[in-house]
Design a protein. Structure first.
Length: 150
């Protein structure tokens, strides 16, 4: 949710390639939801805003703190489709067959100031949330980034 303290009005040079939200529209921005992670100091565009509520009915958001070895190096973005893949615990050998996994969509990414770990918020069906949370709690998971083509 975007609050009044989150936005400031600045004068920028006009460039036809930019389509920022104008200062006259800032009053309408407050109370709307961010459609993606917006870094401090970033310029707002109409695509930055949404009326969509996350999580919506029938969905849940599960957070996972990961080390760099557990996430793709490409950098995750809002809307990325990922799989939460269960990995063997240290000292265990991988079991035969395909590993367990759950599908999810990235709805937030930030780095924890306390631990330095990447924290990823994952949107999952409500019915799967407890299973995904339990798998994540073991620490034996990795995120696999699937195609960004829709």
């Amino acid at each position: 949710m975007i609050e009044a303290a989150d936005v400031v009005s600045l004068r920028v040079s006009a460039d036809p390639a930019l389509s920022p939200v104008s200062a006259s529209q800032l009053g309408r921005v407050v109370g709307q939801r961010a459609a993606l992670d917006i870094a401090a100091g970033a310029m707002l565009t109409p695509a930055s805003l949404t009326t969509e509520v996350v999580p919506s009915q029938g969905q849940s958001v599960v957070g996972v703190a990961l080390t760099p070895a557990q996430v793709p190096g490409l950098g995750l973005q809002y809307g990325d489709r990922v799989r939460v893949v269960v990995t063997p615990a240290q000292g265990q050998t991988p079991s035969a067959g395909a590993p367990l996994f759950s599908d999810a969509t990235v709805v937030g990414v930030h780095t924890s100031a306390e631990t330095g770990q990447m924290v990823v918020d994952l949107l999952v069906p409500r019915a799967d949330a407890a299973v995904v949370a339990t798998r994540i709690a073991t620490g034996n998971v990795v995120l696999v980034l699937d195609s960004r083509e829709h």
